[in-house]
Design a protein around this ligand. Structure first.
Ligand SMILES: [Zn+2]
Length: 296
């Protein structure tokens, strides 16, 4: 009897609905927790000092008191388009998975995720700038360094990064491909209590996981979208011959194969955020000033 009850409980737990928000609140918050566990105490103190000034940003509906809050703050701003609408294009840099990758495309005026990570890091590093600007930059940097790791913030197949492809997630209907990778898949990937993602990583692990530049991370995501996300979701090896259906379903097997990939992206993101933070709070300029070119 007890065994059967436990089995039933396990089934019910597996079926419990998971919140489906953007690389969901949960995944973003976890990247911040990974980062926080892997920066030096000095950097943690500097972060705390900035966050203590959250009132200066005047976003009472979007709290910014912890690094975890910072990781979701830019998504929270979507409710205030009149004030923050100019930042809404900064969350992604999608490129078609059926064309050659062009590292210079889709970032007009620096309005894309990879450029904004770099801009935010530079603002954060500059102690001459007003605190509220640096705090804002902290939140943008932490959040966008998460977004860029979600494959469908980089890969697109004429469907707004999978948003326009309806998809079932196992037996759960009514999602789309983007929301699956944002929400339930990412959450399942980082929710194994026997193997927690938030911990202090060894220098060797960090060396392996935290490398590259924002452009590299976007390219990795695009590659995963092209070689895994779309082919798996649509059971096709010839992704680019003909058009994809508007609707699909991820089988249990697809989900199980996706889990380690989604998990890896969250880990990389957390440790790379830690690196961005360490670099930003190091004394001295991040990048030498480019020679100014005159333009008329
Ligand atoms: Zn975002």
């Amino acid at each position: 009897m007890m065994k059967r009850l436990l089995a039933l409980l396990a089934v019910l737990l597996a079926l419990a609905p998971v919140p489906a928000v953007a690389w969901g609140e949960y995944a973003h918050r976890q990247t911040a927790s990974i980062a926080e566990a892997n920066v030096s105490p000095e950097v943690r103190a500097k972060i705390r000092a900035l966050l203590a000034r959250q009132k200066d940003l005047a976003t009472p509906d979007c709290p910014l008191g912890t690094l975890q809050d910072a990781a979701v703050w830019p998504d929270c701003l979507r409710g205030e388009g009149w004030r923050w609408g100019y930042t809404f294009a900064w969350h992604y840099r999608t490129a078609p998975v059926c064309k050659a990758f062009d590292p210079r495309a889709n970032c007009a005026g620096g309005n894309c995720v990879t450029a904004q990570i770099q801009r935010a890091q530079r603002v954060l590093a500059d102690e001459r700038l007003p605190t509220h600007e640096r705090l804002e930059a902290l939140a943008f940097m932490v959040h966008f360094a998460g977004d860029v790791h979600m494959p469908l913030h980089s890969g697109d197949n004429e469907d707004q990064g999978g948003n326009a492809r309806k998809a079932d997630y196992g037996i759960k209907p009514g999602l789309n491909l983007h929301s699956i990778w944002d929400g339930p898949l990412a959450e399942r990937a980082i929710s194994d209590p026997a193997d927690p993602v938030v911990r202090r990583y060894t220098p060797a692990e960090r060396a392996e996981l935290a490398g590259g530049s924002p452009d590299d991370w976007g390219r990795e995501s695009w590659e995963i979208a092209r070689s895994f996300v779309y082919p798996t979701a649509f059971d096709t090896e010839n992704l680019c011959d003909g058009t994809l259906p508007e609707k699909t379903a991820l089988s249990q097997e697809d989900i199980v194969r996706g889990v380690p990939i989604a998990r890896q992206r969250v880990l990389q993101s957390g440790l790379r955020i830690a690196r961005l933070l360490e670099e930003a709070f190091q004394p001295g300029p991040l990048v030498p000033d480019e020679p100014r070119r005159r333009r008329n």
